[in-house]
Design a protein. Structure first.
Length: 349
């Protein structure tokens, strides 16, 4: 399986760290139980530690579906395929407009693939990695499927949604334990096309650890009927994004390193580039140090922020545009995700 077409589109509204600080102050000033300058200093330190410089959000005139159309056209042009030659479409984002039917159905309708087999994969920030593994399995097991498109569209910064305004309204410093990861979120869309090139199946390694499933959530209103036992974490029933970043890091670092090393043991080459999920530059650097990685690390986090499922495709797109990556190169995707789950896998360009 090879990646024959890819594109990433980012909205136009650049948001720098000072903009985030002003948003927090705007939403928190009349609620914060303390000195607002203390909160401002905390947020500034947090953003500096993560390594983020900017992220991009939609302007009032931009629609996600328009960016999806542009990315689709560019990915098809790169692959040399026409839309009617796509045998399957997988939508694997966190962000979506529908639980029923599959969000993929509306994507196919919008981009003119009405007769293409399509479905969703929901797997937090692991969505793209799980979709790539699914595509690999289909391409190597079904002779009628030769090309699969994977669409990821992450646009969480609605004026009233799972992030804004609630996660920017801080009452006390304790709330920052689970609200602060929202401050690094960016928006963007990626479209990837994988084709069967009769090469050996790509290698994948996964580690699952559902003990920490409550550490990063966006819960639906009826979530309590699926909880086996209370776990001490507050899960908000208002469809609000909650991520305990420090605990995710503490409980996930060892497994992230382990899954990467497990993949390297299977490979007979050194990957040209490692593409990690862009959750934080500081976290990536710590993981690289712990895993003793010598390959080049490529991430768009400093300029684009956390793009969730579109993180790795955005980095691949940039690497291709900068000629850091060429057709025929073998690389590795590396993801740690809510759930918790961890993956490392081959990407062949």
């Amino acid at each position: 399986m090879k990646l024959s077409g890819i594109d990433c589109q980012i909205p136009s509204n650049k948001i720098i760290n000072e903009d985030i600080i002003e948003l927090v102050k705007y939403h928190s000033t009349s609620h914060y139980q303390g000195n607002i300058s203390e909160l401002e200093d905390w947020v500034r330190r947090f953003l500096n530690i993560t390594g983020i410089k900017s992220r991009f959000w939609r302007s009032s005139k931009e629609k996600p579906i328009d960016l999806i159309k542009v990315a689709t056209e560019r990915a098809l042009n790169m692959s040399g395929l026409r839309g009617n030659e796509i045998d399957m479409l997988i939508y694997s984002s966190i962000d979506r407009g529908f639980i029923e039917p599959a969000n993929a159905s509306f994507i196919c309708k919008a981009i003119g693939l009405e007769k293409t087999r399509c479905f969703d994969i929901v797997d937090a920030c692991m969505g793209w990695g799980s979709a790539v593994q699914t595509a690999n399995a289909f391409l190597h097991s079904n002779p009628d499927i030769n090309s699969i498109m994977i669409v990821n569209a992450e646009f969480p910064m609605d004026q009233v949604g799972s992030v804004l305004p609630n996660n920017f309204k801080i009452i006390n410093l304790e709330e920052l334990q689970w609200k602060s990861p929202s401050f690094t979120l960016g928006e963007g869309v990626s479209v990837c096309i994988f084709e069967n090139n009769n090469s050996p199946s790509c290698k994948f390694e996964f580690i699952e650890d559902a003990r920490y499933a409550e550490l990063c959530t966006i819960a639906l209103l009826n979530f309590k009927k699926f909880i086996f036992a209370e776990n001490g974490k507050t899960i908000d029933p208002k469809i609000q994004f909650s991520a305990f970043g420090t605990e995710l890091l503490k409980n996930g670092m060892d497994s992230a390193v382990e899954v990467f090393n497990n993949l390297l043991k299977q490979l007979n080459y050194i990957p040209k580039i490692i593409f990690p999920h862009s959750v934080s530059l500081k976290v990536i650097q710590d993981a690289v140090l712990n895993a003793n990685i010598t390959s080049k690390i490529y991430s768009t986090f400093p300029e684009l922020g956390n793009l969730a499922t579109a993180s790795i495709p955005s980095s691949i797109t940039k690497a291709l545009l900068n000629n850091s990556l060429e057709k025929g190169d073998k690389c590795v995707g590396w993801i740690a995700s809510a759930g918790m789950k961890f993956s490392a896998f081959e990407i062949k360009i």
